[in-house]
Design a protein around this ligand. Structure first.
Ligand code: SER
Length: 619
C-alpha cells in the first residue's frame, strides 16, 4: 500500500502522530555545538541533550525523518548497498513510554493491514543477551513472544541460542546476541546508550554456506535485512568506562528509509528503488548508458547518485558548508570530485553535476524545503567546484604528458602529480594504461603509497592548519594565526591550546580551549600584542629539526610524528627574542609587516570549553 519513500515517510509520521507523538523537523546535517563529529549520523544525535534529561519544547514523545550522513564508508559506495546520505525515521520517548509500547507499535506499524502490511511470518528479532554488568533483556523477549503469538506464530521455544538456525516455520523468532550486535551508543565517547532490539526481514533467499553452517538474523549471507532498531536508552556511559542508570528511561528507534523502501518494493538494492530513478535517467541522457546494463557502469551510476545527493543536502542545509580543504567542506569536496571522476569514466567530459543536483533538488524539495531556498547556492557551489577540479585535471594531464614524453612514468611521478597538482592516482594509471596498454598496478601503487606515507604526517598537519590554499591572502592570515595563538597564551595563560583552525582568503578562524567569554580588555590586549609584532616587522624563519629538538626549543603545535621524524618549525622574532615558535607545514610571509594590521571581528563559543575567534588582516 505504501511503497514509495515519500509515502512511507508520510505513513510513518502519521502513525506516530496518532500515537501521541509531536512531529519535529529534521535537524541540521551539521551538528551544532558538537566538535566530536562532522555530521549528524543518526536520528538521536540532535536529541542527546533531551535524552539526558533536558525538557524538549515539543514534549516527551517525538518522531521525525532525520537527514543523516555517514562518512566512514565513502570508498565502499558503489556496491549495491552503501550510502553516505540517508534518511532515518525515528520515534522517541523521553522518559515516557518504554519497551512495551515501543515494541508493540513497531510490530503494529510493520504488520498492520492499514500500515506497511508486512507478512509477520517474515519477521525475526534480536535482543541483548546480557553480560557481566547488565542482564539478558528478558522483558523484550516476553513482549515479542506475546506479539508473535497474537499472529499465531509460535515463539514458545523462547530465545534461540547462537547455534540454532532461524527456521521460518518452527522454532524461535527471537535471537539473543552480545554487545556488538545488540547495544547502541553512546554516539561519542560518553553519553546515553542501552540495549537494543533489532527487527529483521527474512527475504527467504537460500542460505549461502560460505557464511557459516547455520543461518541466523545477523548472518552475513544476505538472507536477513535489518529494518528497524529500537534502543532502550536507560544508561549513560561515563568517562571512566562505567555505565550508570539514566534518571529517565528513553526509547530511541531508527529505521533507514531507503532500506525499508527497497524491502517493500521487493528490490534487492536501495538503488533499484524510485529514490534514485530520476538521477539515473539524467545520467542516461548524458551518457547513453542505462542503469542495469553493465555492472561496471552501474558502479559509476551509484557513486554519482549517492555523492551528488549527499553534497546537495550538505551544501543546501540550513547550516550548509561549501567545498574546502578542511572539516565538512573537505568531505563535500571529496564527494563531488569522486562523482566527477565517475562521470569521466562514463565518458562525460563537460560539467554535469549541476544537472544531477537539480534533479535531486526537484525530487526532495517537497520534503526538505531548504533545498529550494538554497537552490542557487547549491548549484553555484557545485559548479565552482567542478570548474576548479576541471582545471586541476587539465593541469595534471599536461604535466603527465610531459612525464610520458620524458620516459617511463613511475609511482613516484604519480605521487608528485597527486601531491603537487591534486591529480588522482587512478587517473594517472588510466591515462598510462590508455597509452601503453600495460601497467603494473601493484608496483606502481606500492611506490605511490610509500611516498604518500612519508608525507602523510606533513599533510595531516596541513589539514590541521586548515589552509584553503596558498594564496597571498591565506598566507598572511596563516602567519597572523601564529601570532594570535601566541598572544592568546600570553594574555590568557599557557592552558590555552589550539582546537582547530580554518583560513579562507577573507578571514582566519581559530578555535581554542578557554572556559568563558573573553573580556573586552583581554581581546584588546591580544589584538595589541599581535599588532605590535606586526609593527616591529619581525622576520619569519623556518628550520627543519627533530621532534625532540622542537620540543626543547619550546615550539607549540602538534607533536604527533614518530620519533626520528623531521618537522618544520616556524619562528617569528627578532634577534633579541622569539615571539612565536610553532611546528607547522607553512607557508608563511617573510616579515610580519606584510600583515598590515590585525583585527578580531568575533569571539564566540563553539562548544563547551571551546571558544572561536574570527579575525582579519587589512592593509
Ligand atoms: N540510534 C539507533 C540507530 O542509529 C536507533 O535510532 O540505529
Amino acid at each position: 500500500m505504501f511503497k514509495s519513500a515519500f509515502e512511507i515517510r508520510k505513513a510513518y509520521l502519521d502513525f506516530f502522530r496518532l500515537k501521541g507523538h509531536a512531529i519535529i523537523p529534521s535537524a541540521s546535517l551539521i551538528p551544532e555545538n558538537d566538535p566530536t563529529v562532522l555530521f549528524t549520523t543518526a536520528g538521536m544525535h540532535p536529541l542527546v541533550p533531551y535524552l539526558m534529561g533536558e525538557p524538549h519544547p515539543m514534549g516527551n514523545r517525538l518522531a521525525d525523518a532525520q537527514k543523516c550522513l555517514r562518512t566512514d564508508d565513502i570508498d565502499e559506495v558503489g556496491d549495491n548497498r552503501h550510502l553516505t546520505f540517508f534518511e532515518m525515521l525515528g520515534n522517541w520517548s523521553l522518559g515516557d513510554y518504554f519497551k512495551r509500547e515501543s515494541i508493540t507499535w513497531s510490530f503494529e506499524f510493520l504488520t498492520d493491514k492499514n500500515w506497511l502490511a508486512i507478512d509477520p511470518t517474515r519477521l525475526f528479532v534480536t535482543v541483548f543477551e546480557g553480560d557481566d554488568a547488565i542482564p539478558l533483556d528478558d522483558e523484550s523477549v516476553e513482549i515479542w513472544q506475546a506479539q508473535f503469538e497474537v499472529h499465531g506464530i509460535s515463539a514458545e521455544t523462547g530465545v534461540a541460542g547462537k547455534d540454532e538456525p532461524a527456521v521460518n516455520t518452527t522454532g524461535s523468532r527471537i535471537f539473543a546476541y552480545g554487545k556488538k550486535e545488540n547495544w547502541w551508543g553512546p554516539p561519542g565517547e560518553t553519553g546515553p546508550c542501552g540495549p537494543d532490539t533489532e527487527i529483521f526481514y527474512d527475504t527467504k533467499k537460500g542460505h549461502d554456506s560460505k557464511f557459516g553452517k547455520i543461518c541466523h538474523p545477523n548472518c552475513d549471507c544476505g538472507r536477513f535485512i535489518e529494518i528497524w532498531n529500537n534502543v532502550f536508552m536507560e544508561y549513560e556511559k561515563k568517562g571512566d568506562g562505567s555505565f550508570v542508570a539514566l534518571a529517565q528511561k528513553n526509547v530511541d528507534t531508527g529505521m533507514g528509509l531507503e532500506r525499508i523502501s527497497a524491502m517493500l518494493q521487493g528490490k534487492a538494492s536501495v538503488f533499484d528503488t524510485e529514490i534514485f530513478r530520476g538521477v539515473f535517467d539524467a545520467i542516461r541522457v548524458l551518457t547513453g548508458y542505462s542503469y542495469g546494463d553493465d555492472p561496471i557502469h552501474d558502479r559509476s551510476f551509484r557513486i554519482i547518485a549517492d555523492h551528488v545527493r549527499a553534497s546537495t543536502f550538505v551544501i543546501g542545509d540550513s547550516h550548509g558548508v561549501t567545498p574546502s580543504n578542511v572539516g565538512q567542506g573537505y568531505i563535500v569536496r571529496r564527494l563531488l570530485r569522486r562523482a566527477i571522476r565517475e562521470g569521466r569514466r562514463l565518458g562525460i567530459k563537460d560539467p554535469f553535476l549541476v544537472k544531477i543536483s537539480s534533479v535531486v533538488i526537484g525530487e526532495f524539495r517537497v520534503s526538505y524545503d531548504e533545498l529550494e531556498t538554497n537552490r542557487k547556492k547549491i548549484l553555484d557551489e557545485i559548479s565552482k567546484e567542478e570548474e576548479k577540479f576541471g582545471k586541476t585535471l587539465e593541469k595534471g594531464e599536461r604535466e603527465l604528458e610531459k612525464m610520458i614524453t620524458k620516459g617511463d612514468v613511475t609511482g613516484k611521478d604519480a605521487f608528485i602529480l597527486f601531491s603537487t597538482y591534486g591529480f588522482p592516482l587512478e587517473l594517472t594509471e588510466e591515462i598510462i594504461h590508455e597509452r601503453d596498454g600495460v601497467i603494473h598496478h601493484d608496483v606502481f601503487e606500492e611506490e605511490f603509497k610509500k611516498h604518500q606515507d612519508s608525507s602523510r604526517s606533513a599533510s595531516a598537519r596541513m589539514f590541521k592548519g586548515g589552509l584553503a590554499d596558498h594564496s597571498e591572502e591565506t598566507t598572511r592570515l596563516h602567519t597572523a594565526t601564529h601570532l594570535l595563538h601566541r598572544a592568546l597564551k600570553n594574555v590568557l595563560g599557557d592552558t590555552v591550546s589550539q582546537k582547530g583552525s580554518n583560513i579562507t582568503k577573507e578571514r582566519l578562524r581559530f578555535d581554542f580551549s578557554w572556559p568563558e567569554k573573553m573580556t573586552d580588555e583581554q581581546k584588546t590586549a591580544v589584538e595589541k600584542m599581535v599588532n605590535d609584532s606586526i609593527q616591529k616587522n619581525l622576520p619569519v624563519r623556518v628550520e627543519e629539526m627533530s621532534v625532540q629538538e622542537a620540543k626543547e626549543k619550546g615550539a607549540i603545535g602538534l607533536f604527533e610524528e614518530k620519533y626520528g621524524d623531521k618537522v618544520k618549525v616556524y619562528t617569528i622574532g627578532d634577534d633579541v627574542v622569539d615571539f612565536s615558535t610553532e611546528i607547522c607545514g607553512g607557508p608563511h610571509v617573510k616579515q610580519t609587516g606584510e600583515l598590515g594590521s590585525f583585527k578580531i571581528v568575533k569571539e564566540e563559543a563553539v562548544a563547551s570549553g571551546i571558544r572561536r575567534i574570527k579575525a582579519v588582516v587589512t592593509g
